[in-house]
Ligand binder design. Sequence first.
Ligand code: G3H
Ligand code: 13P
Ligand code: ZN
Length: 322
Amino acid sequence: MPLVTTTEMFKKAYDGGYAVGAFNVNNMEIVQGITEAAGELKSPVILQVSKGARAYANHTYLVKMVEAAVAENPEIPIALHLDHGDSFELCKSCIDGGFTSVMIDMSSKPFEENIAITKQVVEYAHDHGAVVEAELGTLAGVEDEVVVEAGNESYTKPEEVEEFVSRTGCDSLAIAIGTSHGAYKFTPEQCTRNEEGILVPPPLRFDVLDEVVKKLPGFPIVLHGSSSVPQEFVKMVNQYGGNMPDAIGIPEEQLRKAAQSAVCKINIDSDIRLAMTAVIRQYMTEHPDHFDPRQYLKPARQAVKDMVSRKIVNVLGSDNKI
Ligand code: G3H
Ligand code: 13P
Ligand code: ZN
C-alpha cells in the first residue's frame, strides 16, 4: 500500500487499546531497522522526520528512503510525519514534498498564537490530503534548538483542550503529562531511589490525561518524550568508553498503561540513538582493526530493529494490528 495518513491508524488504535509507535529517522539503517521490525510484527508504524533530520540527511533522501521502505513492506501501513514543525512554511514544504502528516509545534507560544498558526497549517494540510498534530503544554528536555530545563515544563491544562481542538481543527493533540525529551529526563533531585539505590522517576500525570480524555472523548492523544532509556544500554555505553551518568527515561509499564488509553501515538527517538551507540561502541572496542562502516552499521541496524520490536510488543501493543 502507499504511504497513509494516521487517521485510520489512530481510529483502530483508539478502539483497540494500543498505540502506534512514531520513530525518528535520520539515515538508511534507522529506516530499515524500524520497518523490518514493524513488517515482521505486522504493526502499523509512523516514521517521523525532525527539522534537524532534514538538515542532516536532506528532504529528498529521507522521502526516497521511506518510499523504499514502503515498497519493501507493502503489507504494513506506514505514515511519514514531520516532527516538531516550527513554522507554516516548514509544514507546507513537507506536505508539498510527500509527507502525509505534520506536527505544528507552537506549544511555547501564547494560546491565541498557537491557535492561529495551527489553524493555518490545518487548512493547508486538509486541502492537500494530510493530517496535523498540534501541541498544548510544554515538555522538559531538548528538541531541536529548544531546551527546557527539568522543572520548567508545564502540564497541559485540560480546560483548554476542547476550545483548542475545535478552533484549530487539528487531527491529534500532543499533551504534556510528565514525559520529557532526551536521555536525561529527570534530575536526580526529581526522583526517588529504590532499595537498590536505583533512581525511580516521578510517575506520569494520568490524572491530567484522564481530564483531557473527558473533554475530548474519542480524540487521539500523542505522547512525546517517551523513551525509557533502558539501563542495560546506558551500562553498555559507559562500559565501552562512553559517559552517560544519570541517564533516565520513562518506565515502560507507564507507557504501556498510556497506550491502552486514548494515547494513540507514542514518540521514541532517544532509545534508538542509545541502542545504536551502545552497539557501535562495543563493536569498535572489540574490533579495533575493523574499518569498513558496514561492519559496525550492520549490528547497529539490528539493534534498532530489536529496540523497535521490544517497543511494539512490550510498550505499544501494536503487533498484529494491520
Ligand atoms: O523531539 C526531538 C526528536 O528527538 C528529534 O531530535 O531534533 O535532534 O532530530 P532532533
Ligand atoms: P525521546 O527523546 O524520549 O525519544 O522523545 C522523542 C520525541 O518526542 C520526538 O518528537
Ligand atoms: Zn517530541
